[in-house]
Design a protein around this ligand. Structure first.
Ligand SMILES: Nc1ncnc2c1ncn2[C@@H]1O[C@H](COP(=O)(O)OP(=O)(O)O)[C@@H](O)[C@H]1O
Ligand SMILES: [Mg+2]
Length: 262
């Protein structure tokens, strides 16, 4: 993307704050998410990353500031409402049913039916075919879409969840720590499809506490520290070394490393 500012914002937070009782989880946050970009939200445990995306995804209300989606001032009452605005969230537990097939999970909650009441039934053939096509379109090659989804690797399950969000028309895809529990190879698989979702024109919000994963796919980096926005920079303005240093504890870790290798 040569001039990101030419792409209209799909989600825009202005001076957003959030309290849990007396705890200030987010303070005065400004953030712009654009389509065709991966926006990375980084920060240590407790930084406020999940709280930030819960506000965008309709799980929690914000206490102050303005959240705009497609330019409209919104107060989502539920994740369903956010989804109606094209905001899809893939949670860490993925909300998949382990013993059901890959294609059945792909359509979970949005099953295609055929026939008329009272003879309506699931359109199994169509769901199988569409799930297969959509996965192949993203270049996802699974050995057997009839197999229980529990047989897939953690990375493959994340990828099915991403393909599902794209299929159901998501414009913003939120991924909360999708690589946190994965090894290097599986993380690579997920990062590849994060890039594919971005290239399909979605605005991707990628939450991570791993600056190396973020830097591989990120176009825009927002680092939170104890609920405050510590850094908000585009890729061209930031090296990986700078990103690592900006993360909470990054400077301390580098100093420690220096000391230990002296
Ligand atoms: N439901 C909640 N009730 C009370 N405090 C919470 C709740 N969720 C998060 N917090 C607190 O808000 C802060 C930010 O948490 P969170 O957004 O989960 O951070 P992160 O995802 O970056 O680890 C932390 O201090 C956390 O303990
Ligand atoms: Mg979290």
């Amino acid at each position: 993307m040569t001039d990101a500012s030419a792409v209209p914002a799909v989600v825009q937070l202005s001076n957003v704050s959030k309290y849990y009782g007396n705890i200030c989880a987010l303070s005065d946050i400004n953030l712009t998410v654009r389509r065709g970009e991966v926006t990375c939200i980084l920060g240590d445990n407790g930084a406020g990353k999940s709280t930030l995306i819960k506000i965008i995804s309709g799980m929690h209300p914000h206490d102050a500031g303005v959240v705009r989606v497609h330019g409209k001032d919104i107060h989502f009452a539920s994740p369903r409402e956010a989804l109606d605005f094209g905001i899809a969230t893939v949670y860490q537990d993925l909300a998949l049913v382990p013993l059901m097939s890959v294609w059945r999970n792909f359509f979970l909650g949005s099953e295609i039916t055929t026939g008329m009441w009272p003879f309506r039934r699931l359109d199994v053939e169509r769901m199988r075919r569409v799930a297969d096509e959509e996965l192949k379109n993203l270049g996802i090659d699974l050995p057997d879409i009839d197999a229980p989804i529990a047989q897939l690797s953690g990375g493959e399950m994340q990828v099915v969840a991403i393909a599902r969000a794209i299929h159901f028309g998501a414009q913003v895809l939120i991924l909360d720590e999708p690589t946190a529990a994965l090894g290097v190879k599986q993380s690579g698989v997920v990062l590849k499809y994060i890039a594919a979702a971005r290239d399909a024109g979605l605005g991707v919000i990628f939450i991570s506490h791993n600056p190396h994963h973020a830097y591989l796919v990120g176009d825009h980096f927002a680092v939170l520290n104890l609920g405050r926005m510590e850094l908000d920079a585009k890729r061209a303005e930031l090296s990986i070394e700078q990103l690592v240093r900006h993360m909470a504890g990054g400077a301390e870790l580098q100093a420690l490393e220096h000391e230990m290798h002296r």
